[in-house]
Every structure is written in C-alpha cells, then in structure tokens.
Design a protein around this ligand. Structure first.
Ligand SMILES: C[S@@+](CC[C@H](N)C(=O)[O-])C[C@H]1O[C@@H](n2cnc3c(N)ncnc32)[C@H](O)[C@@H]1O
Length: 285
C-alpha cells in the first residue's frame, strides 16, 4: 500500500502513552504532537485551539493515544471521536445476549449446526461485523485499505487483549487484520488460502440525518468517502469464495454491481444478499 499523503498526527494524552504514540506515528509515517500544557486538565476548546494551531488547519483529524488505545479525534466545529472497541459494555452485551447463531449475519454466512466457515472480510472498517463472526467461532481475515481504520482496529485488538479474559482472547486470536486493498488480495489469492465466505459491507452514501445510520458510520464515511469501486469487490470475490459471498446493504439499496443474489435476508434497516458459489468453485467445502 502507498503511504498516506496526509496522515493524522499523534498526540499522547498521558505520559504512559508517550512510547505508544511514537510507535503509531512511525507506523503511519506521521509525527507526534507535543502539547504545551497538561492535557489531563485541558478543556476540549483549549485542546482544539491547540490542534488547529499545531496542524495549521481549522478542522482536521488527530490520533489520540491513551490508556484505551488509539482514537481518532475530529477537531473543528463539532469535535467527535472515532474508535474501534472489542471489550466495552455494548460489545460485551452483544457477545453474550446478541442472539448467537440466530443473528441475521450468522445465518447469512451459513453458520449452522457445527459449521464454522472461514471468512475473508474484505471491507473490515472498524471490525464490528468481523468481531461478531469471530465471536461465533469463525476465523476471520480482516482486510481494510484505510490505514487510519486499520490502526484503530489493530489498537482495539491490542487493548482488548489487556482484559485478561480467556474467552475474549480466543476470539481476538481468530481475527487477523491486514492493511491492503481487498480487490488485489482477492485477485492474487492462492488456492489454499481461499476462504469459505467472502463478506462485503462497502460504504453506501449515508441517508442524511437518518437515525438508522449510526454516528460511527457517518464518521467512517467522512474519512473514507464512498466506495465507488465496490462492484469490483464482488466480481473479485465470486470466483474465490468456496461457499458464498455475502453482501451487507442498506435495505433499500440496489443490488451491488447490478447483480441479483441467490437469496436475501432482510432486517429493519439492512439486508444481506447471498451469492452461492458455483458448483465448480465448491470443491473442498
Ligand atoms: C461500511 S465500512 C465497513 C464496516 C464494517 N463492516 C464494520 O463492521 O465496521 C466499509 C469499509 O470498507 C473499506 N473498503 C472498501 N473497499 C475496500 C477495498 N477494496 N479493500 C479494502 N477495504 C475496502 C472502506 O475503507 C471502509 O472502511
């Protein structure tokens, strides 16, 4: 992957995170910011004024590095934060009470009986769907082309490992994040690395102000924009998946690449379109 043209700078919010901030900055070819005041006491306004001055921009993004790992801070008119999370209360609730293999995503990837298909998540984003699938026993390869989102996911995995929760660690061990373009990965996949399922959840222009689009996804959209090439993902995935390709779409969206699926599972706001692998592709399933 090419280095980022304008990578977010990194600010350690406490002394204990200073080394980690340097490590993340090196990782994305960026630099560390040093605030001229005690950050623990800084009000958001003072912090944002400092960020504007230090970056020379009236709005922008900076990585915050702190005890909970990395988060992406959007400064400017409406400051907001984006992070991936694999251990907090909402995630834990879904893990324990989210409906297990009865969930629509589980049925879409074909998790039934004792089957635990391997999954290549070609649009990993913040890793939320991948985490659900890994919680249900799937080994998941997470491919994300945005280095910023990739770092958020890596950092969240690192942070969640610190919980010393054996079950959680087993889930995290099934997640393998990679910073890459999934179209290239899929096109060059060796036979032995073919997954049972390729999972796609490309960006779809968010319906403005819809309460159904989570704030998080709006921030991700701000960061990566639309995925106008998402039809290429489907074309690259179809010959590779041993069992099926699953596409998550807003309920009202047109079929990805104009290609009708073999069947759909529909929910309140989203649906899953399932494309079954052709017989000649299914050898070994
Ligand atoms: C809607 S988000 C995915 C959200 C994810 N399912 C989750 O649970 O957090 C779509 C993501 O796919 C990524 N993406 C789109 N095309 C890609 C490609 N060709 N290779 C890798 N990542 C891609 C985008 O950068 C974006 O982060």
């Amino acid at each position: 992957m090419r280095p980022l043209a304008d990578p977010p700078k990194v600010l350690a919010l406490d002394a204990a995170s200073a080394d980690a901030a340097i490590r993340w900055a090196e990782r994305i070819g960026s630099e560390v910011l040093t605030a001229p005041f005690a950050l623990a006491d800084a009000k958001t306004k003072a912090l944002d004024a400092f960020l504007c001055e230090a970056t020379g921009k009236s709005e922008g993004r900076v990585f915050f590095c702190h005890a909970d790992g990395l988060s992406l801070h959007f400064f400017g008119d409406k400051p907001m934060r984006l992070r991936a999370d694999f251990y907090g209360p909402e995630v834990a609730y879904r893990r324990h009470k989210g409906g297990g293999r009865g969930q629509m995503i589980a049925r879409a990837v074909g998790l039934k009986g004792g089957r635990q298909p391997s999954v290549l998540d070609a649009t990993a984003g913040l890793g939320a769907d991948a985490f659900v699938l890994a919680s249900l026993g799937c080994a998941v390869r997470l491919i994300e082309r945005s280095p910023v989102l990739f770092c958020l996911v890596e950092s969240a995995i690192e942070r969640a490992r610190g919980e010393a929760d054996a079950e959680l660690n087993a889930i995290l061990n099934r997640m393998q994040p990679e910073w890459a373009d999934a179209v290239e990965v899929l096109r060059s996949l060796k036979d032995e690395a073919r997954p049972d399922v390729v999972y796609l959840d490309p960006m779809f222009p968010p319906r403005s102000k819809s309460a159904l689009v989570k704030k998080e996804m709006r921030l991700v959209h701000q960061l990566v924009g639309d995925d106008p090439d998402s039809g290429d993902l489907l074309e690259a995935a179809l010959p590779v998946a041993l069992d099926r390709v699953v596409v998550k779409r807003p309920r009202i969206a047109p079929d990805l690449g104009g290609r009708a699926p073999d069947f759909r599972l529909e929910g309140k706001s989203n649906r899953f379109d399932v494309y079954l692998a052709q017989a000649e592709n299914r050898a070994g399933v």
